[in-house]
Every structure is written in C-alpha cells, then in structure tokens.
Design a protein around this ligand. Structure first.
Ligand code: NAP
Length: 287
C-alpha cells in the first residue's frame, strides 16, 4: 500500500447523482399533478462567483425538473427593497424555495434579509429560525452545505455516535449548523474559531474533522490525527481562480483516513440537496 492509497477520497459525485435522481422523480410526479416546483434565487450583485453559482443552480435545477426564477435586483438595492422582494416571494404560492445569494449590496445585512424567508421555503436554512428549530430538534431545512457534510459521512458509512468531531468555523451558514447536526447524531463536538488557542492540538484529536474556514490550505498534517475523516468545506480561489479547500490535501494524504476533494466533494452534494429541499417544499405545499 502506498501512502496515498491509504487515504480514501470521499467524492461527492455519486451522492449528488442519487439525490438529484430522487428529486427528479418527485418533480416529475408533482408536474404531472399540476405543481411546477419552483426555486426563487435573489441576486443583487454583479460579483462573478455569485453569477457563476447562479448559472450552476439554474442548469442543475432545470435538469431535475425545477423552475429556477432569478430575481435580479439592482447592485445598489436598499435593505427595504431586498427585504420586500424576499417577503413577496415568501407570500407567492407559485414559489416553493427561496435562496438569497451573497454578497448583498453594501449596507444590506444577510441575516436581516433571511428573516423574511418563511421557514417552509427556507431551503438553504438561512433564516435563524431554521437553525433554532434544528437546535431544538424540530423539523427544519438545514443549510445545504451542513446537510451535505452529514450526507457524505453517512453515504461513506462513517460512524458518528460517541466519536470526537471537531468543527473549525462558527458561521451561521456552515460551522454552527454542522456542529448541531453532528451533536444531534451523538458525536462529541468541539467548535474551533479564530480565537482558539493551539488549534492543531484541538483538531488532531478529531475522529471527524470539519474545516469551514475559507483559508486556502490552512490545515496541514499537524492538524490531522492518524486515520481521521476530514471534511473540507472551504472553497477559496487561488491565484489562477481555481477553487481550493481549507485542507492541504497533499500534506494529509497517507495520514488521514479519508478526505473530501475540493472541488468535487461537499460542493456537488450541497447543490443537489438544495434542489431536493425545494422539491420537498413543493411536495409539502401541494399535499
Ligand atoms: P465565514 O463566515 O468567513 O466563517 C469562517 C470561520 O472560520 C469563522 O468562524 C472564523 O472564526 C473561522 N476562522 C477564520 N480564520 C481562522 C483561523 N485562523 N483559525 C481558526 N478559525 C478561523 O465563512 P463561511 O461562510 O462559514 O464559509 C467557510 C468556507 O466555506 C468558505 O471558504 C466558503 O467559501 C465555503 N463554503 C462552501 C460551501 C460549499 O457548498 N462547499 C458553501 C458555503 C461556504 P471567527 O468566527 O472567530 O471569525
């Protein structure tokens, strides 16, 4: 066994395809009974990566049988304008899922806006009410990225109950929800952040390490314990514009038990879950 063969690559392609297939089946059934599952995507920026992501969602959505409606607002839209656009979509019976693309115009606060998404349509778990419900063990859509981490772990048979999980990052969209989902699965969870002392000592204790930092290849061999399962959520563009993870995958090869590639790991599962959540929301609304 060579060093790199010892570390399994947790690719997202298969999981994403299975999720899309299930969503497509439900979408077909809904369309046959007169409901067109519809995702509204609010975009108020000319940012290139937001535009790229929007195109990817539109394409993937159409393949699954969803209508994706892009609500393009002005790059300098006011908080009131963005909030009322979201509130209008929340009240629109033909819309089943709503996502708000970042970055938002200067002065427009994401969490403020996300509160205008009704929980039933909050397919990316952006409204803090959704995180609160998850924390309380009540049904809610989890942020798709956080749910994607759990889905990949499950699809690869990684046991969580009683094991040590360390999450680096405490954002509302990734770190906190992923920690809550791991806790709900009986992992013993530690959350690290920029003020954590001796990060490597904390992270190298992990059986399951989740990196949600947004710093190019910040975690190296010293951060990863032998045999650990490493879930890399980070996507940061390098000098060529290629997206790379928080983990230096080359450095942890042969040491980690498994690692998600970037790109091709958590990302594709995230997009697929977003579409699946929208179809689920449409099914609930029509049922
Ligand atoms: P964020 O809001 O910027 O949060 C980053 C977190 O990392 C913060 O909690 C921060 O700590 C922590 N951090 C920063 N520097 C650190 C350091 N030196 N040591 C330890 N912790 C540190 O980012 P985010 O929205 O959670 O996103 C994280 C990454 O995931 C980004 O690369 C983003 O592009 C990516 N992402 C990927 C997907 C996907 O589908 N694959 C989806 C969403 C986001 P403090 O709280 O102390 O500041």
């Amino acid at each position: 066994v060579t060093q790199s063969e010892a570390t399994q690559l947790l690719e997202g392609k298969k999981s994403a395809a299975a999720i899309r297939e299930e969503a497509a089946d439900t979408a077909r059934r809904l369309r046959a009974s007169g409901t067109i599952p519809t995702l509204a995507l609010v975009l108020a920026t000319a940012d290139e990566s937001a535009a790229w992501y929007t195109r990817a969602i539109v394409r993937a959505g159409e393949k699954v049988g969803l209508d994706v409606r892009v609500e393009r607002l002005a790059d300098d839209a006011s908080p009131g304008t963005v909030r009322s656009a979201v509130a209008r979509l929340s009240a629109d019976d033909t819309v089943h899922g709503i996502i708000v693309q970042t970055p938002l115009p200067p002065g427009v606060d994401f969490v403020e806006i996300a509160q205008a998404i009704v929980p039933e349509k909050d397919v990316d778990g952006a409204n803090p009410v959704s995180l609160g419900r998850l924390t309380a063990g009540l049904p809610a859509f989890a942020p798709a990225t956080a749910a994607a981490v759990l889905r990949l772990l499950d699809d690869h048979g990684v046991e969580l109950a009683g094991r040590r999980a360390v999450v680096v990052g405490r954002s509302l969209v990734v770190g906190k929800p992923v920690a809550m989902l791991l806790l709900a699965r009986d992992a013993t969870v530690t959350i690290c952040h920029s003020r954590t002392r001796d990060l490597a000592a904390r992270t190298s204790e992990a059986d399951v390490l989740v990196a949600a930092i947004g710093r190019l290849r910040m975690l190296g061999a010293e951060h990863v314990g032998p045999g650990a399962v490493v879930m890399d959520v980070g996507t940061t563009p390098d000098e060529n514009g290629d997206l790379l993870g928080d983990v230096d995958a080359d450095a942890v090869m042969g040491r980690a038990g498994a690692v998600t590639p970037v790109p091709g790991g958590v990302g594709p599962v995230t997009t697929a879950l977003l579409l699946h959540n929208t179809v689920t929301a449409a099914e609930r609304a029509s049922g």
